[in-house]
Design a protein around this ligand. Structure first.
Ligand SMILES: Nc1nc2c(ncn2[C@@H]2O[C@H](COP(=O)(O)OP(=O)(O)O)[C@@H](O)[C@H]2O)c(=O)[nH]1
Ligand SMILES: [Mg+2]
Length: 245
């Protein structure tokens, strides 16, 4: 539970990028609303849908009617333009002073959000990262290959860049808005490696980072967009960071 606090001005903008998440969107939105209302924190959900052919936007419109257009903001784009730019697009419309980024496919459970908020307040952290690789965190439903890729990517990055954060490739995080904006401006990579570059750059800028253990559950509905080309891109991005950071 997040304490009813003195910082009444804090507001949390949750960015939900979606591509073909028609089954997942109503559930994730319901869960976010439930946990944040229980915690009594001001928030808004910004849905960035990239022209999903499965009707995700129709569902998003219904959810907006249901919860109100102050709680659900729809900022769609014409076609699939990638996750990195979806965040940049979403941030432009955020009215909160904190941004939470998470996947819409139910891999990230909204119950961790109040914990991230609490952790942030503890030391006024610039960033709080959900971690699958320390404390009670974990990964469920991935096959061996996917686990190996994720672990391997984290391991390699730890060795090469020593960022001091246990989960580098995860994408369930809370940022101060101005911090996220600066990091996005500084980051050069696109795709899977983007999350890792954000943390590496955060270290360069001496931002403070807290961690909250999360359980990551593989998506039940729909398909992952991680493919072989993403893995190659990740390796290239890592080497680039190693050479320049
Ligand atoms: N707006 C937008 N969202 C995307 C795009 N690609 C993936 N997503 C969303 O980003 C989140 C993570 O994608 P996902 O395929 O689950 O990646 P994985 O968890 O690494 O397999 C999900 O909510 C997707 O719907 C994109 O090009 N545009
Ligand atoms: Mg996923």
């Amino acid at each position: 539970m997040v304490e009813k606090s003195k910082t009444i001005d804090d507001k949390y903008s949750i960015l939900l990028p979606t591509y073909n998440e028609v089954e997942n969107l109503p559930i994730i939105v319901w869960l976010i609303v439930k946990y944040l209302e229980e915690s009594d924190v001001p928030f808004e959900i910004i849905i960035i849908d990239d022209g999903s052919p499965d009707g995700t936007q129709d569902i998003a419109k219904k959810l907006q009617k249901l919860y109100g257009d102050d709680k659900i903001l729809l900022k769609p784009r014409e076609k699939k333009l990638g996750l990195g730019t979806a965040y940049i697009h979403g941030i432009k419309h955020a009215t909160g002073n904190f941004i939470i980024i998470m996947d819409a496919d139910l891999s990230h459970h909204p119950q961790a959000i109040p914990e991230m908020i609490k952790e942030q307040k503890k030391c006024d952290f610039d960033i709080v990262s959900g971690t699958r690789y320390s404390g009670g965190g974990g990964v469920y439903g991935w096959d061996f290959k996917r686990k190996l890729i994720s672990r391997g990517a984290n391991f390699l990055t730890q060795i090469l860049l020593r960022p001091g954060v246990s989960d580098l490739t995860g994408s369930f995080r809370l940022y101060k808005k101005d911090v996220l904006q600066k990091l996005i401006d500084a980051c050069v990579s696109k795709g899977y490696v983007f999350q890792m570059e954000m943390i590496v750059r955060a270290r360069q800028f001496n931002y403070t980072i807290g961690e909250v253990p999360i359980s990551f559950v593989d998506r039940v509905y729909g398909e992952s967009k991680l493919g072989g080309s993403e893995i190659i891109q990740f390796a290239k991005g890592l080497l680039y960071l190693f050479a320049t950071a």
